[in-house]
Structure formats: structure tokens, C-alpha cells
Design a protein around this ligand. Structure first.
Ligand SMILES: *[C@@H]1O[C@H](CO)[C@@H](O)[C@H](O)[C@H]1NC(C)=O
Ligand SMILES: *[C@@H]1O[C@H](CO)[C@@H](O)[C@H](O)[C@H]1NC(C)=O
Length: 475
């Protein structure tokens, strides 16, 4: 901790639940004040950030001073959503999408909404990139007060973060399971199964919400009780990701040219992913570089998320190409660009707007947020037709990429599970196909947006979530 920092740390960020509870009256608790979170963020940041943090903390504290927390009032029913709200990454954006959907679409007459950061480290970059209305909402919902016995807790994270957590995080639920009206786990996996430890943790929950039919099947096959598994699809903010509202970002000036001599006009493929093997960036580069050359007027932009990895993606790509079983074409490589600077959430639609097609030959996905964002932006999407995305990819709204074969996961927490190897040949074929058939690709992209609006609009998904919550309170 910064020695100049006042000691706000009344609040132990450790996994034992008792100190957490002792801060509150027996049956009442208030979610963590945001300034505590920023105090903990401060540990990870430099001096210049320190002053920004101080300012945040000050404004948050004055807010609590001058607008005293609302008294516990009707409705007494409460939904406490615990998720990595301040982290960025998949669960973070998913949890935000639910909160915004519920907040904007459900008249909160029958239950209150509270949020709590949980499950991953906080990122100041991510917080700063959030639109102001989301920041204000976060602050408001952090101050909601609830009675435990009238609260449904939603633990939106990987099961390892659930009480008792296997790593340093605010536990979810914040105390023993039976203190609450109901406890729900929201999670998903990217492989063909759930490991035994995770299945056990799922079975401690009253319900486990998963996003797709694929997960219902894999969770039940892995031993999670069928009566607990409920499909709750993910909302996509189709008003925010609306192509008519944005001008394209000048991505060429934001990106670094890694391969080829660069093109100023031409067909733009965009891929957005966290830099990991699962995302199939190797398959993408191979297919793209074999199919296209410097003679083609195409470019591939990789927006990679430095989230939890080291950067220097340019060199990683050059190393990969050096060990390639394929010669550089006489006309030079087709152009590959990397964008690895932080792109604020509010600028993201303009990145999609700059592309002609979105491509992600992932080996496994929980849901595939960038895919639905691209589809909502009316882009034709080429993506592996396996795991989560099978929920929404059809031959009419996208270019589902066939699986070549299944392969074993070789490392990491899912070692020994299976996931999909997308077909390289089919990927080459589909990428060439969208370049050669831009009119068809546009029709597909329009259909994609229609499907997103019809099936996953915030108001539609908010209704689904609220129904499940009402049913639990109604019992
Ligand atoms: C929850 O606890 C509070 C405080 O003890 C009590 O007033 C309330 O009636 C309880 N509600 C339920 C649903 O048991
Ligand atoms: C994609 O996968 C689903 C589920 O396995 C299958 O039913 C569907 O036919 C596939 N779609 C295409 C276009 O291959």
C-alpha cells in the first residue's frame, strides 16, 4: 500500500466471511463502498494514477456524506449481483449487460438491485473507459441496502471464486449460503465438460444459470443436477451497437502494421480476442496468410486484449510466421495489423464500423461477446460453429465455420478436456467467399442484426431474468 494512503482498509479483502459480516447489523448489509475498491486499485498503480484515484474516492465519499443512503424501504426484495464489474473481460461485460438491461427495462417495483465487485482484479483503465452513465449507475447500485434473508445473490464468475473462494476475492455469497433467500451461480465453460470440483460447487448453488443449450448439456453430463441448470441467454445492447450511429474509426492510424506493406483501401477483416491459444489466432493467421497475399486488397486487424497477458503481439506474430511451413509470397504477405492499445468501451462500435467482416476461429467460447457485438453492428461474422456460439449462429445470419476435428486441451485449468479444431481449409474458403461476395455478406450482416434485436435485446432478456427472480421470490 502507498504509505501516503489513508487507511481505509477496514474491509478485509480476504476470503473468510466473518469479518465481512461483522461490519453489518445481523440481518442487514450494505455492499462495499466503491472507494474501498479504488483504494485497492491504488495498490497496483503509479503516482499519477494515485491522484486520479484520490479524486474518485473523494467524490464518492462526499456522495455518501451528502446524500445519506436511502432507508430500507419497499420493496424489501433485493437482487445482489456480484461480478467482476470493474475488471473488463468476458464476465465483466456480461454482468454489465445484465445490470444495464435490468436497470433500464424493469420497473424495479418488486425488487431492488445491488451490485458488488467480485471475482477478478479491478482495472482503472476499464473504469475510466466506461461511459459516465454506467459509472453513476455503479455508484448508485453499490449503495443499495438489502436484508440478507430477502436477497437473491447472483455469483457471476467462475466457480473457483464462489464461497469459499480459491483465490483472493470478496467471497460470493458473502456469507454462508443459507443466510440468503437464494443463491445463484452464473458461469460457463469453453470446453466439452465441467470438471468435478466445479460441478460440486455448482451443486451447492440453488440454481446455475448458463447461457446456452450447449452448456445445459455439458453441465448435466458432468454431474450438475438437471433441476438446477437454467438457460439464461446473454443480452446485447443493440442500441449501443447500432451501425447507423457511428462513423468508422480510423483504425489504420491506431494500429501497428506487422506484416505486408499496408493497404489504404480494401476489404477489412477484424478479429477481437484476448491473446490466448483457445482463440485460434494461429488458425486465423495461417488461413489468412495462405489464402491472401500482397496482391489482394485485404487487411486483417487484430484487436488483442492485453488482459492478463504480456503484450508485444507483433513479435509473437513474427515468431509464429518464421516457424511457418509456408513461404512468403513473391508479392509480400497480405497485411496484418495489430491494435493493442486500450480501446475504451465507448469507442468499440467505431472499431466494428471500420470493418467489412468479423472473423474468430476460436476453439471454444462461452458465449462469444465480440461475435454478437459484430452481428449487432451488421457485420458478416465467420466463427467456429461449436460451443456457446451455436446458440445464435445460423447459416442465414453468419458464416458458421465447420469443425475439422476435436482436440485435447493441452494446458491450463481445462487440460484433458476436448474442444474444437476449426477447419483451416474451410476458413480460407469462407474468408475468400466474403471478399468475393460483398453483397451477399451485407445481406447476412443485416440478418445478423435483425436476429440480435429479436432474440437478445436488453428488454427481452431483462424480462427473462426478472421472471426467474420473481418466481423465486414468489415461493
Ligand atoms: C428478514 O429479516 C428481517 C430482520 O430481522 C425481518 O424483519 C424480516 O421479516 C425477515 N424477512 C423474511 C422474509 O423472513
Ligand atoms: C452448427 O452446429 C449446429 C450444432 O451442432 C448444427 O445443428 C448446425 O447444423 C451447424 N450449422 C452449420 C451451418 O453447419
Amino acid at each position: 500500500m502507498n504509505p501516503a494512503e489513508p487507511k481505509h482498509h477496514h474491509f478485509p479483502l480476504n476470503p473468510t466471511p466473518q469479518p465481512f459480516l461483522s461490519k453489518f447489523k445481523k440481518f442487514t448489509f450494505q455492499t462495499l463502498p466503491l472507494f474501498i475498491l479504488f483504494t485497492s486499485i491504488a495498490l497496483a498503480f503509479t503516482k499519477s494514477n494515485y491522484f486520479k484515484l484520490h479524486y474518485f474516492k473523494f467524490s464518492l465519499k462526499s456522495q455518501t456524506l451528502f446524500s445519506p443512503s436511502k432507508p430500507l424501504s419497499t420493496p424489501s426484495h433485493c437482487v445482489l449481483w456480484m461480478a467482476p464489474f470493474l475488471s473488463g473481460g468476458g464476465y465483466s461485460s456480461e454482468s454489465w449487460s445484465y445490470i444495464l438491461s435490468l436497470h433500464r427495462n424493469i420497473k424495479m417495483r418488486s425488487f431492488k438491485l445491488a451490485i458488488e465487485h467480485h471475482g477478478d482484479l479491478e482495472s482503472l483503465d476499464f473504469w475510466e473507459g466506461l461511459p459516465q452513465d454506467m459509472k453513476s449507475l455503479a455508484i448508485e447500485l453499490y449503495h443499495t441496502k438489502c436484508n440478507m434473508n430477502e436477497t437473491i445473490v447472483i455469483c457471476h464468475s467462475e466457480p473457483g471464486a464462489w464461497y469459499p473462494p480459491l483465490f483472493q476475492t470478496v467471497p460470493c455469497p458473502p456469507s454462508v449460503y443459507r443466510d440468503f433467500k437464494s443463491v445463484i451461480g452464473r458461469t460457463m465453460f469453453e470446453t466439452d465438460r465441467v470438471n468435478d470440483k466445479h460441478a460440486e460447487r455448482c451443486n451447492k448453488m440453488d440454481y446455475v444459470w448458463v447461457p446456452t443449450e450447449f452448456h445445459k448439456t455439458t453441465f448435466v453430463e458432468s454431474g450438475v443436477l438437471p433441476s438446477k441448470v437454467v438457460k439464461i441467454v446473454q443480452p446485447i445492447d443493440v442500441k449501443f451497437f447500432d451501425p447507423v450511429k457511428y462513423k468508422a474509426l480510423d483504425i489504420r492510424s491506431t494500429a501497428e502494421l506487422i506484416l505486408g506493406s499496408g493497404v489504404s483501401k480494401g476489404f477489412v477483416f477484424l478479429s477481437i480476442f484476448k491473446w490466448e491459444y483457445r482463440k485460434g489466432w494461429d488458425v486465423l493467421l495461417k488461413s489468412y496468410l495462405k489464402e491472401f497475399s500482397g496482391d489482394d486488397s485485404v487487411a486483417l486487424y487484430l484487436l488483442t486484449n492485453p488482459y492478463h497477458t504480456d503484450g508485444d503481439f507483433g513479435n509473437k506474430i513474427l515468431d509464429f510466421v518464421e516457424n511457418f511451413d509456408f513461404e512468403e509470397p513473391d508479392s509480400d504477405w497480405a497485411s496484418v495489423y495489430v491494435i493493442d492499445t486500450h480501446i475504451a468501451q465507448s469507442d468499440l462500435p467505431r472499431v466494428y464500423r471500420a470493418a467489412d467482416a468479423f472473423v474468430l476461429p476460436s476453439r471454444g467460447e462461452g458465449w462469444g461477446r465480440p461475435l454478437v457485438e459484430a452481428m449487432s453492428m451488421s457485420l458478416p461474422v465467420i466463427a467456429t460453429n461449436w460451443s456457446g456460439p451455436t446458440e445464435f449462429l445460423t447459416e442465414y445470419n453468419s458464416y458458421p465455420l465447420p469443425v475439422g476435428r476435436m482436440s485435447e486441451v493441452m494446458e491450463g485449468p481445462f487440460k484433458g478436456h476436448l474442444w474444437a479444431e476449426p477447419s483451416e481449409d474451410k476458413l480460407r474458403f469462407l474468408m475468400r467467399h466474403v471478399v468475393d461476395n460483398p453483397t451477399e455478406a451485407k445481406v447476412i450482416g443485416r440478418k445478423a442484426r435483425e436476429d440480435m434485436i429479436r432474440q437478445y435485446s436488453p428488454e427481452i432478456v431483462a424480462e427473462i431474468v426478472a421472471d426467474h427472480i420473481q418466481n423465486i421470490f414468489g415461493r
